[in-house]
Ligand binder design. Structure first.
Ligand code: ZN
Length: 91
């Protein structure tokens, strides 16, 4: 079993819960999960679940955008570092 999956509360399962209670803090994916989602290191089924949550949760959407930015900046830095080293060798 996936250790990160959570059992849904009874009021969600029997349909008596208000939609807002589905968005309780406990239903947010962890930052680690969102980071993996942003860097595409996730199975398609789990990704679909996260994507569905993101549709309803601007907070988590913001977090994923942030992780995307970090990843892009990191790759950019890495590329520049390699170019810097390469130009040093040329001299
Ligand atoms: Zn969320």
């Amino acid at each position: 079993m996936d250790p990160e999956s959570k059992t849904l509360p009874a009021e969600v399962l029997d349909g008596s819960a208000k939609p807002s209670s589905l968005l309780a803090d406990t239903s947010h994916p962890t930052e680690r999960v969102l980071a993996r989602f942003a860097s595409n290191e996730m199975g398609p089924q789990r990704k679909k679940l996260i994507a569905r949550h993101l549709e309803t949760c601007p907070d988590c959407r913001k977090a994923v955008t942030r992780f995307h930015d970090i990843g892009r900046r990191y790759r950019d830095l890495e590329r520049r570092a390699i170019q810097h080293v390469a130009s040093g060798i040329d001299r």
